[in-house]
Design a protein around this ligand. Structure first.
Ligand SMILES: Cc1ncc(C[n+]2csc(CCOP(=O)(O)OP(=O)(O)O)c2C)c(N)n1
Ligand code: SF4
Length: 298
């Protein structure tokens, strides 16, 4: 249940003047993630837009301790931090690894799977901007079908997005959740809950990216909401294997009507070369996933 708005932590851990682009979904969501995690948190982040956001030594725009690790080793570095803190008897500090979809779905997956299988006591956050954005919008396995990227420049991406959440579920984690920057209370509550749970917790945030997706920065929240309204992104949590919709997705599942995916896709330049066949494939794919979630929620 959403916390009372007045109970939200008033401290700011993301300081003004960071280097993210205007309208960056990651920067808005990250502000609330950090508010929910608050003190007694150590971050570890790989090369990504998030390292740019954090800033260049000796300055930083984030007021929590952070380790910069190599691209593939996010979860391995988190495991090392947890072991070190335990050796110092500082189990009260939460280790939080935050990586982009490239650093999670692709290059970071083996370290993440290893840490999750060991049940390492940490939170892994994937912010999903659906591509390698820091290096100029290359395709990742999280890029949706039909999207133009600099590595799928002519015929668009031909494959559906990989279901990373399903892969993480196969690790029998105590807590998995999805969040969106357009629903900050839902996001905040899930991170507060995740901090209280022990073991490996996996959270995935949708992170719309104006330059990479091709939409005006002022429309970021509108687009994030459309992702939920169309079912392209679904708000839910899985606690010890038990699935439940949350927030706006819960309302949609109970009495709402999802909008067609075209309402979301047509607002983004990256889908301008998508074929009609791809459009109907995406709609079928989203419908299939949604029906699977509805069955699990019953
Ligand atoms: C081993 C290695 N390969 C490539 C790079 C170059 N590189 C730095 S950031 C980045 C993109 C990261 O993409 P993602 O994890 O999706 O995060 P985003 O940039 O979208 O925030 C790449 C390819 C690197 N730093 N290390
Ligand atoms: S490229 Fe995209 S994800 Fe990266 S800082 Fe800019 S808006 Fe954010």
């Amino acid at each position: 249940m959403p916390e009372n708005l007045f109970k939200v932590n008033k401290e700011e851990y993301m300081l003004p003047g960071n280097r993210a682009c205007q309208g960056c979904g990651l920067s808005l969501g990250y502000r609330y993630i950090l508010k929910a995690l608050r003190e007694n948190t150590i971050l570890t982040i790989p090369a990504s837009c998030l390292t740019v956001l954090h800033g260049l030594y000796p300055t930083t725009s984030v007021a929590l301790p952070c380790l910069n690790c190599t691209f593939a080793s996010t979860a391995a570095s988190a495991s090392g931090l947890v072991a070190g803190l335990n050796a110092l008897n500082r189990g009260d500090i939460t280790v939080v690894a935050v990586a982009g979809d490239g650093g999670t779905y692709d290059i970071g997956i083996q370290a993440l799977s290893g840490a999750a299988e060991r049940g390492t006591d940490f939170i892994f956050v994937c912010y999903d901007n659906e591509g390698y954005m820091n290096t100029g919008t290359q395709r990742s396995s999280a890029t949706p079908m039909g999207a133009l990227t600099t590595t799928t420049p002519i015929h668009t991406k031909q494959q559906n997005k990989k279901d990373m959440l399903k892969i993480m579920e196969a690790h029998d984690l105590p807590y998995i959740a999805t969040v969106s920057p357009a629903y900050p209370m839902d996001l905040y509550d899930k991170f507060v809950k995740a901090k209280r749970i022990k073991g490996t917790r996996y959270l995935q945030m949708s992170a719309p990216c104006p330059p990479g997706w091709g939409f005006p920065p002022k429309d970021m929240v509108k687009l994030s909401r459309l992702a939920i309204e169309t079912g392209m992104f679904v708000l839910y949590e899985v606690e010890n294997g038990r699935f439940s919709f949350t927030g706006r997705s819960k309302t949609l599942a109970e009495k709402g009507k999802r909008l067609p995916v075209i309402n979301y896709l047509e607002r983004q330049g990256r889908f301008r070369k998508m074929s009609l066949e791809q459009l109907s494939q995406i709609q079928r794919w989203v419908d299939g996933k949604w029906n699977e979630y509805v069955r699990r929620a019953e």
